[in-house]
Design a protein around this ligand. Structure first.
Ligand code: CMP
Length: 144
C-alpha cells in the first residue's frame, strides 16, 4: 500500500547536525520526500500533536524540549512507509532501540530521541494535516 507518514527531526537532532543523516536513511531506502520545512513549533501545535500525553508527568519537559529550537518536519511517501519508518527510527526508548536504527545509533535517552514518526497510517493522516497545508505537499512522479 502506498502511504504517507510524518517524520519530524526534533530540536536535539537539529542541534546535533543530524538532519542530513536522517534524510539520507529515508532516501537510501527509496522513500519519496513530498513535504519538507524547518519551523519553530508553537505550543498550540504541540498541544494538538501530543493530545494524548497532556497528563503525563513528563509533558511539561516534553514541551520545553520541543520548543527549545527548530524542528525539521517532513512527509515521506512509499510502500508501507509508516511501518518501515518505525523500524528505521527504532524504539521510542533509545536504550531499547536496535543498533542500525536512528535512535539506536544516535541517542541514549527517551527524552532526547532525535526524531518523531507517526505510529499508524490513521495517526499519520492526522499528523500530516496538523503539520502541513495541502499546498505544501508535492505530488511528483516517482518510481512504483
Ligand atoms: P515520540 O514517541 O516521538 O512522542 C512522544 C514523546 O514523548 C516521545 O517520543 C518521547 O520524546 C517523549 N516521552 C515518552 N515517554 C517519555 C518518558 N517516560 N520520559 C520522557 N519523555 C518521554
Amino acid at each position: 500500500v502506498r502511504e504517507r507518514t510524518l517524520v519530524a527531526i526534533k530540536p536535539d537532532g537539529v542541534q546535533r547536525r543530524l538532519i542530513g543523516q536522517v534524510i539520507k536513511r529515508f532516501e537510501q531506502r527509496g522513500f519519496q520526500l513530498v513535504g519538507l520545512k524547518m519551523l519553530q513549533v508553537s505550543e498550540e501545535l504541540l498541544s494538538q500533536h501530543y493530545a494524548s500525553l497532556h497528563r503525563k508527568p513528563f509533558y511539561p519537559s516534553l514541551l520545553r524540549y520541543m520548543t527549545s529550537g527548530p524542528v525539521v518536519a517532513m512527509v515521506w511517501e512509499g510502500h508501507n512507509v509508516v511501518k518501515s519508518t518505525r523500524l528505521l527510527v527504532g524504539n521510542t526508548n533509545p536504550a531499547e532501540a536496535d543498533p542500525g536504527t536512528l535512535r539506536g545509533d544516535f541517542s541514549i535517552h527517551i527524552s532526547r530521541n532525535i526524531v518523531h514518526a507517526s505510529d499508524s497510517p490513521e495517526v499519520a493522516q492526522k499528523e500530516i494535516s496538523l503539520w502541513f497545508q495541502r499546498s505544501e505537499l508535492i505530488d511528483w512522479e516517482c518510481c512504483d
